[in-house]
Design a protein around this ligand. Sequence first.
Ligand SMILES: Cc1cc2nc3c(=O)[nH]c(=O)nc-3n(C[C@H](O)[C@H](O)[C@H](O)COP(=O)(O)OP(=O)(O)OC[C@H]3O[C@@H](n4cnc5c(N)ncnc54)[C@H](O)[C@@H]3O)c2cc1C
Length: 409
Amino acid sequence: MNRFDIIIIGGGIIGATAACALGAAGIRVALIEAREPVAVDARQPRDPRMFAITRASEQIFRSLGVWDAIVRQGAFAFSDMEVWDAAGEGIAHFDCAELGEPCLGHIVEPRIIQAALLQKLDSTDAVSLFCPARFQAIEIGESSVTVTLEDGRCLTAELVVGADGARSPVREMLGIESRRYDYQQSSLVALVKTAEPHRDTAWQRFLPGGPLAFLPTQDGWSSIVWTLPAADIDRMLTLDQAAFHEELGAAFAFRLGEITDSEEREAWPLQRMHAEHYVVARAALIGDAAHAIHPLAGQGVNLGLLDAAALSEVIIDAKQQGRDPGSLRVLRRYERWRRGDNLLMMSAMDGINRLFSNTQPPLGWARNLGLSLVNKSGTAREIFMRHAMGLGGDLPALATGQSSMPPPA
Ligand SMILES: Cc1cc2nc3c(=O)[nH]c(=O)nc-3n(C[C@H](O)[C@H](O)[C@H](O)COP(=O)(O)OP(=O)(O)OC[C@H]3O[C@@H](n4cnc5c(N)ncnc54)[C@H](O)[C@@H]3O)c2cc1C
């Protein structure tokens, strides 16, 4: 009863996606999640944080047969993106029509994605959901791994996957070291209403304290991600609404007019984290358990989804060839595939954050020139947009629509 092919610990968006991908291929999965799912219900307050989902991630969800449910519940397609520097004239504008694409990406509430994945898992016979449940111990053996739950149940499999977020108890228990860097910044998130319409555009203004993004949502509001020095965050969380609207409007140069309303504010302290290894014998890490990255380009979930798709592809290939999916030889293919790409994105985010947070005049001049050049050069624009849409690099089959998985029911 408690024997599986794969045990996934952490049923957030990334773990649930991996479970869907493996389950669709008939691989027996135990998915262990600590928290009860949050209902998607109009009476519940909206999540103050929304995710920008790339076209590659959209394709992963399409391949798994969950995209239509996500769109039905509310995913907003944005067509344009505008980036500019508070200290200068440099500005770059991108438009999906240039690439002949219907949109640049979607803005979605996390609980909507989560609910669509869980609904899919409900009808996937190969996946057993243990929720709410937490693991107590992981014991790696020669040919299998045993996971003991806090209620005493024991599950065994050929491989355990840690998808349990940036603090990852799985990573800790496996003794995998990580490199960390504290940005000394926090991101304030909230839903806000502006006097002028958002024009289906994702806006980002770089300020010395960190970037400020306005992401367009379905009802005409915007989801903001305002990165601030850690020392400023408490004041901004506790400002009364009128004062908050005034400061936010000024920080955004009143690009969409006055801020006329807002909902709950929440803060997320920012840390970069990269696991030294993504795999050891019989265990692998995916998503934030392997890497946590600065949210300035909204890439964390998108990278994690590529991890989930790549690891699933490696496991399915191994199973089809009669190979052991928990062996280091097999798992290293996944690590080689994803670690370099993730490191590149993390380094790019760090570089952009440092460059734009710097008030030295020569750097201000250089970045304004850079933005203007990107805006004028067709090739630079195309490379930038393809990466922003998640269409660069070596994509797993689920993200290209070339997957040989059985068509979703
Ligand atoms: C302010 C901000 C804005 C962001 N915006 C974007 C964006 O626009 N686009 C984007 O792509 N990314 C964005 N990100 C990044 C994104 O939030 C993360 O990359 C993503 O949530 C990681 O998903 P995950 O499933 O790996 O981890 P998590 O979402 O942390 O999920 C981990 C799961 O594991 C479970 N768990 C933990 N411990 C245990 C245990 N012991 N037993 C069982 N279960 C356990 C948890 O309950 C949870 O459900 C943003 C991040 C921040 C901070």
